[in-house]
Design a protein around this ligand. Structure first.
Ligand SMILES: [Zn+2]
Length: 161
């Protein structure tokens, strides 16, 4: 698994790895640094997503990317719900990302484990739905698939090209 630092590929993408701070649902610092690592083809795809978003004056922000197996184990032990924290995460392969739009109103904060996390939840102000849809279409255009329980989680599925 070849991991790259996304900042070396695109400097405009905002990096806010929540597990590198206490600002996450565990209230613990789980990562040693805010370096955002991903498999190279995934990082290159996100570069294209960012270039598209910039045309709409939007900026991609990453909440989580590559997640070491040890951290996945910790999260699993805290959240005992396979819909939210799975046994084997694509995060541990560097092919999943948790993303949002920087400085925009979105349906929830990161890792808000409730009905509003569902990508089909629509009891929301119109601008939040619009922003969620914009993020989804920008990501899908470049080979990502949105998770069915978390609007912010995307898996890279275009890895056969
Ligand atoms: Zn995720």
């Amino acid at each position: 698994m070849q991991l790259v630092n996304i900042t070396e590929i695109n400097k405009n993408i905002v990096i806010d790895l929540r597990y590198a701070s206490k600002n996450n649902f565990t209230n613990q610092v789980l990562y040693k640094s805010n370096d955002c690592l991903l498999r190279q083809d995934v990082a290159l795809a996100l570069d294209k997503v960012q270039q598209d978003l910039e045309k709409n004056n939007m900026t991609l922000k990453i909440w989580d990317a590559y997640r070491p197996i040890e951290v996945q184990e910790i999260l699993k032990s805290i959240i005992n719900d396979p819909n939210f924290v799975s046994e084997f995460s694509n995060h541990s392969q560097g092919i999943a990302v948790d993303v949002t739009l920087s400085n925009q109103e979105m349906p929830t904060d990161f890792d808000e484990f409730n009905e509003k996390a569902n990508p089909n939840y629509n009891n929301l102000p119109e601008n939040k739905i619009k922003n969620r849809n914009l993020l989804k279409s920008a990501m899908e255009k470049h080979g990502f698939k949105q998770n069915e329980y978390e609007w912010w989680h995307f898996d890279y599925i275009n890895n056969l090209n």
